[in-house]
Ligand binder design. Structure first.
Ligand SMILES: [Zn+2]
Length: 318
């Protein structure tokens, strides 16, 4: 599993804090001269300037000092994690820690509520300190491996809960026409568009423009602050998404992908985001060689209202 979202960069001064999180403990500094608690990690006590600082394990518990619900991603990499619950926690030692809340619903968040730490193991290097309410059933540790299997479970649930398929013969033009609707299907399974997938597509297609393949330059100079997937890549990834269709066309000798009546790359897919799709039958037409069905397929970044790719796919049943 890859992880394209920004992660903390430990320094020699802050490393004990991050190492503590990896061991599922919260460690903060205390001045040995004046007993002042210190956060963020420093080389000298901000109260008495002593360099005699010790790392102490603490409970990490505290109260919610303040919070905000971010509905616009704070960085493009977080587009599929909306809304972000940004919070400041006041530790019982009196220090303030910036964090994000997990395992709580928006309506349950209250300033002053008791909170406890959640150790969020990222697959690359770092464990993050998140918080949840004292009474939440959120596990104390978010295991990277478990998160991956949760994604798998989610996809299996999409397929298991898919409606039973109505079989429709391709010669039954009236039945096919009755499928035309403005209403979209349920969401498909999800797929994570990692930098690795983008790099492989760049190699295959020869489109290795830096906006797709150079995360450093994209961060510094790019319009999106991160690399983005090629529109054409997102379009072909539709094949990776299993759509919970309500019908199945039968009785044809040949089915041809005839191309697209409309293809739009409406919004970018930042590297590392998950996508899913939904579709509807937009048109059914009798043509000389058979029946032509136009499916409007919209691919979205998970959690986003605006689609990233709109594809009016034309399928010919012969
Ligand atoms: Zn001091």
């Amino acid at each position: 599993m890859t992880w394209n979202k920004p992660l903390p960069q430990p320094t020699p001064i802050s490393a004990p804090f991050w190492d503590g999180l990896k061991a599922h403990t919260v460690r903060i500094q205390q001045c040995e001269s004046c007993a002042h608690w210190i956060f963020f990690p420093r080389a000298h006590c901000p109260s008495c300037a002593s360099a005699r600082l010790a790392w102490r394990g603490v409970s990490g518990e505290g109260t919610l000092y303040t919070y905000t619900v971010a509905r616009v991603p704070t960085l493009p990499e977080f587009t599929d994690e909306m809304p972000q619950l940004l919070a400041v926690v006041a530790l019982d030692e009196g220090l303030h820690v910036n964090t994000t809340l997990v395992g709580v619903k928006e309506g349950e968040i209250a300033i002053g509520m008791r909170v406890r730490p959640v150790f969020d193991e990222r697959p690359v290097e770092a464990t993050l300190l998140r918080y949840t309410s004292q009474g939440s059933d959120q596990p104390r540790v978010i295991e990277a491996r478990r998160e991956e299997s949760a994604a798998q479970d989610r996809n299996e649930a999409v397929l298991e809960n898919a409606p039973p398929k109505r079989k429709i013969d391709c010669k039954d033009i009236d039945a096919l026409k009755s499928l035309v609707s403005d209403t979209f299907s349920d969401w498909s399974t999800q797929f994570e568009v990692t930098q690795q997938v983008i790099d492989e597509f760049a190699k295959l297609s020869g489109d290795d423009y830096w906006i797709h393949t150079d995360p450093k330059r994209a961060r510094e100079e790019g319009p999106f602050g991160t690399t983005i997937a090629h529109g054409a890549l997102v379009q072909v990834l539709i094949s990776r998404l299993k759509l919970p269709m309500t019908f199945e066309v039968t009785g044809f000798t040949n089915m041809v992908n005839y191309g697209s009546n409309r293809l739009r790359f409406a919004t970018p897919v930042p590297s590392g985001c998950r996508i899913h799709a939904r579709c509807r039958v937009a048109a059914v037409e009798q043509v000389k060689s058979g029946v032509q069905m136009t499916m409007e397929i919209n691919v979205h970044v998970v959690g986003q209202d605006r689609p990233s790719v709109i594809n009016d796919l034309v399928i010919l049943y012969m």
